[in-house]
Design a protein around this ligand. Structure first.
Ligand code: NAP
Ligand code: HSE
Length: 434
C-alpha cells in the first residue's frame, strides 16, 4: 500500500522554524506508524532566500512569495513561525479561508486576535492550533482545553518568561544587579535583541491572556492584562525577600473571582514553600487550580529551537490525525462566557514596600496610621539599616491582603510626608494572608 503523504508549508525559518524543520526530519522514519501519514514540507517562506539556503538541505523549498503557498492546493497545513501581527494575521486568515489548517507559535497574534482567527477556522472547518504560543515546549493549551475540561478552573499562575526568570535567578543566587544579569542573558542568547517585551512583562502578559481565555472560557486579550516589568527590582529587595522566606519571581496571575476575571503580570514575592519558588534559570512553569483536579503544575523549557518545535510538531500531528479521521475543526473557540475583566485598582493583593524615613520617634506610628486610615493592615515590619551618613532608617512593611485602590491612596499620602525620604520599592506578594 502506498504511504499517505500530507504537505505542509513553513512560514519563517528563524530559531523556531529551523527547529520545526529538524524535528520533522527526526520523526520521518516513525511518522507513518505514529500518526498514519507522512508530513512533508513542500515550501518554506522567508524574506532572505540566501540566508535561509545555508540552513537546510533542500534550498529549492524556499520561496519569498506567499501566493505560491496559498494557491498550492496540495498544501494542507501552514505552520506560521514568522512572528508579529502583520503579515502573519493576513496570511493565517487567507490560509484558513482556503481550507488549510494552521499551527502557530505567535503569542502576540493569538493574545490580541485569537478569537477572530478561531472563528475564521471554525467557519472553514479547519484546525487552528497554538500550543507553542504559551510556555514553549510545555504542554498547557491542550491540557487546559481538553484534559482539565472537567474542572472549573479558579486560578492559573505562571512563570512564563524564561529571560526574566533567568535574570531574577542570577540576582538571587549570585547577587548580580539587574543590568549585569540582563547582559548575561543577552550573551547566552536567552534575551531577544530588543528585550523590552521580556523585561517589561509584555511577553508574559500575552501568554497569560491566552491561558486565562481558555481556563475561564471567556475572552481575555493582552490589552486587558495589567503588566509591570522587573527593571526596578534591586538585589536589596531580593535580600529582604529572603529574610521573609520568599523569592522574587515575575508571575502571571489569572483568577476567576465572583466579581470578574483578574489578570496581571508583575514581580512578586513568593513563599519558598510554593512549588513555583523552585523554578529557576530559563525554565517556565504553570500552576493551575481546578475544583476537581485540585493543584497541578506543568514545568519545562518555555522557549528555544527544539522545545518550541516539539509543541508545534505535536500540533501538526494532531491535525494529521484529524484529517485522516475526517474530524478537523472539532475543538474551536471555547470562550462561551462573557465575564468582565477587573481593573487593577479593584483587584486585591498583599504588598511589600521598602521606605527610607527619618530615624526618630513617632515616624513608624505616623506611617502605620496612614495605612490604617486607608484600610491597609500591616502583617510584618522590618527595620534594620541605618544610613551611615544620614539620620535615615530603612523600613520594610508587608501588608495583609488589601484592595489595590486603598493601597495606592495610602501610598500617595505616605509619599508626600516630610518624614518619608524615599519609597524605594513596592512589590506585590503572592498568596493569601499567612
Ligand atoms: P526569528 O528567529 O526572528 O525568525 C523569524 C523568521 O521569520 C525568519 O526566518 C524571517 O525571515 C521570517 N520572516 C519574518 N517576517 C517575514 C515575512 N514578512 N515574510 C517572510 N518571512 C518572514 O523568530 P523566532 O524566535 O523563530 O520566533 C518565531 C515565532 O515563534 C514568534 O511568533 C515568536 O514569538 C514565537 N516563539 C518563539 C520562541 C523562541 O524560543 N524563539 C518560543 C515560543 C514562541 P528572514 O530571516 O529572511 O527575515
Ligand atoms: N522571549 C521568551 C522568553 C521566549 O524569554 O521566555 C519566547 O516565548
Amino acid at each position: 500500500m502506498s504511504k499517505r503523504v500530507l504537505h505542509a508549508a513553513l512560514l519563517g525559518l528563524g530559531t523556531v522554524g529551523t527547529g520545526v524543520y529538524k524535528v520533522l526530519k527526526q520523526q520521518t522514519q516513525e511518522m507513518e506508524q505514529k500518526i498514519g501519514a507522512v508530513v512533508e514540507l513542500k515550501k518554506i517562506l522567508v524574506r532572505n532566500l540566501k540566508k535561509a539556503a545555508a540552513k537546510i538541505q533542500e534550498p529549492e523549498l524556499l520561496t519569498n512569495d506567499w501566493q505560491e503557498i496559498l494557491e498550492d492546493e496540495s498544501i494542507d497545513i501552514v505552520i506560521e513561525v514568522m512572528g508579529g501581527i502583520e503579515p502573519a494575521r493576513t496570511y493565517i486568515t487567507e490560509a484558513l479561508t482556503a481550507g488549510k489548517h494552521v499551527v502557530t507559535a505567535n503569542k502576540d497574534l493569538v493574545a490580541s486576535y485569537g478569537g477572530e482567527l478561531l472563528d475564521c477556522a471554525a467557519a472553514h472547518h479547519c484546525d487552528f492550533l497554538f500550543e507553542a504560543a504559551v510556555a514553549g515546549g510545555i504542554p498547557i493549551i491542550r491540557p487546559l482545553k481538553q484534559c482539565l475540561a472537567g474542572n472549573h478552573i479558579s486560578e492559573v499562575v505562571g512563570i512564563v518568561n524564561g529571560t526574566t526568570n533567568f535574570i531574577l535567578t542570577k540576582m538571587e543566587q549570585e547577587g548580580m544587579e539587574f543590568a549585569d544579569a540582563l547582559a548575561l542573558a543577552t550573551k547566552l542568547g536567552y534575551a531577544e535583541a530588543d528585550p523590552t517585551a521580556d523585561i517589561q512583562g509584555y511577553d508574559a502578559g500575552r501568554k497569560m491572556a491566552i491561558m486565562a481565555s481558555i481556563a475561564f472560557n471567556s475572552r481575555v486579550t493582552f490589552e486587558d492584562v495589567s503588566t509591570q516589568g522587573i527593571t526596578h527590582i534591586s538585589s536589596k529587595d531580593i535580600r529582604y525577600a529572603k529574610e521573609l522566606n520568599c523569592v522574587i519571581k515575575l508571575l502571571g496571575v489569572a483568577r476567576n473571582t465572583e466579581t470578574g476575571i483578574e489578570v496581571s503580570v508583575q514581580p512578586m514575592l513568593v513563599s519558598e514553600k510554593h512549588p513555583l519558588a523552585t523554578v529557576n534559570d530559563s525554565f517556565n512553569a504553570v500552576f493551575v487550580h481546578g475544583d476537581a483536579v485540585d493543584d497541578a503544575m506543568f514545568y519545562g523549557r518555555g522557549a528555544g529551537e527544539l522545545p518550541t518545535a516539539s509543541a508545534i510538531v505535536g500540533d501538526v500531528f494532531d491535525i494529521v490525525r484529524n484529517i485522516l479521521f475526517s474530524c478537523t475543526g472539532r475543538i474551536s473557540c471555547t470562550c462561551y462566557k462573557e465575564i468582565p475583566v477587573k481593573k487593577q485598582e479593584d483587584m486585591e493583593s498583599r504588598f511589600f514596600m521598602r521606605l527610607h524615613v527619618d530615624d526618630r520617634p513617632g515616624v513608624l506610628a505616623s506611617i502605620a496610621s496612614v495605612l490604617g486610615n486607608n484600610n491597609v493592615s500591616i502583617a510584618q515590619m522590618i527595620q534594620k539599616h541605618k544610613h551611615r551618613h544620614e539620620d535615615l532608617a530603612e523600613i520594610v512593611v508587608v501588608t495583609s491582603r488589601v484592595k489595590e485602590g486603598n493601597f495606592n491612596d495610602a501610598m500617595l499620602i505616605i509619599e508626600s510626608m516630610n518624614v518619608v525620604h524615599k519609597i524605594s520599592s513596592v512589590i506585590r506578594v503572592y498568596g493569601e494572608d499567612s
